[in-house]
Design a protein around this ligand. Structure first.
Ligand code: ZN
Ligand code: FE
Length: 253
């Protein structure tokens, strides 16, 4: 369990092939981000005697919303926060949000950042860390920004995704990035295939392999780390981004 600061914990539950469900805990309350499935979340929360207060949804894919309705059966008063523009695909949302909305969860201010590209209604959630309990800012990036990578373009254009990633890149350097999949090692191997000698890519890959071999997640990373070794953030134009995305789509480890 990673201790952000006393009383503020963000805990990973790895599920399915490579999904990570993040549970943010403060006191006896918990917020879960993109629950792909419910059972491991229910077990973990019950074992720790925690109350689920909210579910944050970044987008409508089944491996992000699949567990939500079952969580609501156990904690019927928990809120489900998602993009209003995806109401038809995330129908059980109780609090619909728009781009730049700010709301409070567990006494922290959360800002909605609309980041279309992976899906057309994808949002990320940013905790600015202005309140005394947060040591540094936190980003729940969903399937937009990954460790050394980004989501595939299922519904958006390269220029949309490039713009979305640039919004996330503009967040403070010390922002911790909690994304929804453990793809970092694979992404770095792909990056190395393009820049075999790059020292940032090589040292991060080494570190990630070591963490993974100990059964640890490669995440969270930081925005600073991503600006140095995530080729999609380093890309200078939508055109360059599009070329990289295509290369990654066709790359086999
Ligand atoms: Zn997805
Ligand atoms: Fe996903």
């Amino acid at each position: 369990m990673e201790l952000e600061k006393q009383n503020f914990i963000i805990h990973p539950i790895p599920v399915l092939k490579d999904n990570i469900i993040w549970i943010w805990v403060k006191g006896n309350q918990a917020v879960v981000v993109d629950p792909a499935i419910s059972q491991p979340v229910i077990s973990w929360l019950k074992e720790k005697n925690l109350q689920l207060t909210s579910v944050l949804q970044t987008h409508h894919h089944e491996d992000h919303i699949g567990g939500t309705e079952e969580l609501l059966e156990v904690w019927p008063f928990s809120s489900v926060i998602a993009a209003k523009s995806d109401l038809d695909r995330i129908p059980f949302q109780t609090n619909s949000v728009f781009d730049n909305d700010v709301f409070i969860l567990l006494e922290e201010e959360i800002k909605v950042i609309e980041v279309p590209g992976h899906t057309k209604n994808h949002v990320s959630y940013y905790l600015g860390g202005s309140k005394k309990d947060t040591m540094h800012p936190v980003l729940f990036s969903g399937d937009t920004l990954f460790g050394a990578g980004c989501g595939r373009l299922f519904e958006g254009t390269p220029s949309q995704m490039f713009k979305s990633l640039n919004r996330l890149k503009a967040l403070p350097n010390d922002t911790k990035v909690y994304c929804a999949h453990e793809y970092t090692e694979d992404n770095l191997k792909w990056a190395k295939s393009i820049y075999p000698e790059d020292s940032n890519i090589n040292s991060r890959l080494k570190e990630v392999i070591s963490r993974r071999s100990k059964g640890l997640q490669s995440l969270p990373s930081t925005i600073l780390e991503e600006t140095k070794s995530n080729l999609f953030l380093i890309a200078k134009s939508a055109k360059e981004f599009a070329k990289l995305r295509l290369d990654k789509d066709n790359w086999k480890n």
